[in-house]
Write a protein that binds this ligand. Structure first.
Ligand SMILES: [Zn+2]
Ligand SMILES: [Zn+2]
Length: 440
């Protein structure tokens, strides 16, 4: 018997589907062939995992974990192998991780394999990162779960990002912008051309803001095209395109092809390279309204990021109409909210004076069943919104520094994120601690 023959018989052998002679022949080969022995061990492990995955208890466990995550309003589910034994399960709710379960060693591989099977990922491949997707319906709502696996030393970890396909996107007026910030953004969206940039770290709610902006300009008179990775929501009337790097459909390739379809509004998800950014900026100065996101800490930082990437300052000044930055702060739970004595340290950090507190109580959530005893439920954006008017545009074009732009912006009434979150603390919708946490 040679190795090729041995390999074709391994599965049948493990399932006890071979006769005695064939069994002996294979065992003799395996005794002397480390490669086939390795193959056999791999197949045996895989078989036990897929068998475990098909057990009703495992299927139920996976279903229950997903449904509970949806009920808890989790944005993602994390399966993380601990040492060689347990599998830790955590939900991220309102941006913060909570442990919800530990799967014991007998079910651990079954659970991971079950999720991978549901997401149509290769079950036998456990040593490279994989992506998958599973759709489900629960209580008449459609959910799209993006599954990603990464091999760690204790085994494969999985993250399931949950997208609620049936959720209605909030309009701009529900995102808790201050009146003047909202007015500025609506003004930008009324322009026929120019670039709008939304900045913030991953998970700061940029996508929601961008989609809300798209809904604002969405009308039969406008042709809107997006290039995203991934497409998170679909807005009727908008042409959403998904990046496909393997097929050569990159952000830059998509943008070049878009011009042939003559869009009025273009949304470009994350841009990290100069080529994409230049295409987007050119679109913005040639009659298109362009929405874009960047990873910077604050609004003014976006200007420096563009010039650092190699964009000429004059092009930045000529194309930008507005830059905003944001974070997400947890909202105090409505069910257990109570006024408290504010902690002087946190108030000092926020720059809240005792006079300002005088007329406004500081609130906190004391914790209840509705908020998993965290005192928080739901989140709000915290923003800074900067309109690039003629003065600022020419300063940028002339290579003004960060602090020069900041000073000029403040003179025009620009309010930083710190001021926005401070107002939200004084409004009693979030806490000084949470405000401090999101600003750091
Ligand atoms: Zn062999
Ligand atoms: Zn509560």
């Amino acid at each position: 018997m040679n190795c090729d023959q041995a390999r074709t018989e391994i599965i049948a052998y493990l399932k006890n589907e071979v006769d005695l002679t064939a069994r002996k022949r294979l065992e003799e080969h395996i005794a002397f062939c480390p490669n086939c022995r390795h193959e056999l061990e791999g197949a045996r492990r895989l078989l036990s995992w897929t068998e475990a995955a098909s057990q009703e208890a495992v299927a139920e466990k996976v279903k229950e974990l997903i449904i509970n995550a949806i009920a808890a309003g989790a944005s993602d589910i994390h399966f993380e192998p601990q040492r060689d034994t347990e599998l830790q399960v955590r939900y991220r709710v309102d941006g913060v991780m909570h442990e919800v379960d530990r799967i014991d060693p007998t079910q651990r591989h079954g659970v991971v394999t079950r999720v991978k099977m549901l997401a149509e990922m290769s079950v036998s491949e456990t040593s490279v990162p994989l992506d998958g997707r599973l759709m489900m319906t629960h209580n008449d709502k459609d959910y799209d779960l993006r599954v990603s696996s990464v091999p760690f030393v204790f085994g494969e970890a999985l993250v399931l990002r949950i997208f609620d396909r049936s959720a209605s996107l909030p309009g701009l007026d529900r995102l808790r912008f201050s009146e003047s910030d909202l007015e500025q953004i609506r003004n930008w969206l009324g322009q026929p051309n120019g670039m709008i940039i939304v900045t913030g770290p991953t998970g700061s709610g940029k996508t929601t803001t961008l989609y809300s902006m798209l809904m604002e300009v969405n009308s039969p008179e406008h042709k809107i095209m997006t290039i995203e990775d991934p497409v998170e929501y679909v807005i009727p009337g908008v042409n959403h395109a998904q990046v496909n790097v393997k097929a050569g459909f990159t952000f830059a390739a998509a943008l070049r092809s878009f011009f042939r379809h003559d869009p009025d509004v273009i949304m470009v998800g994350e841009t990290r390279d100069l080529e994409t950014e230049l295409l987007a900026l050119r679109a913005a100065i040639t009659g298109h309204l362009v929405l874009n996101t960047l990873h910077t800490n604050d609004a003014i930082g976006a200007i420096g990021r563009l010039t650092d990437m190699g964009v000429e300052p004059f092009l930045v000044g000529a194309s930008l109409i507005g830059v905003m930055s944001q974070r997400l702060a947890r909202l105090i739970c409505r069910d257990c909210r109570e006024p408290v004595d504010a902690d002087a340290g946190a108030l000092g950090y926020l720059g809240i004076t005792s006079e300002e507190i005088a007329g406004n109580a500081i609130y906190r959530g004391k914790g209840c069943d509705n908020c998993r005893h965290t005192g928080y439920k739901g989140r709000t954006g915290v923003y800074e919104v900067l309109t690039i008017d003629k003065d600022l545009a020419s300063m940028i074009g002339n290579g003004a520094t960060y602090s020069e732009i900041l000073e000029a912006a403040k003179a025009k009434g620009f309010r930083t994120m710190r001021e926005d979150v401070k107002r939200k603390v004084l409004d009693g919708i979030t806490t000084p601690e949470e405000a401090t946490r999101v600003l750091v």
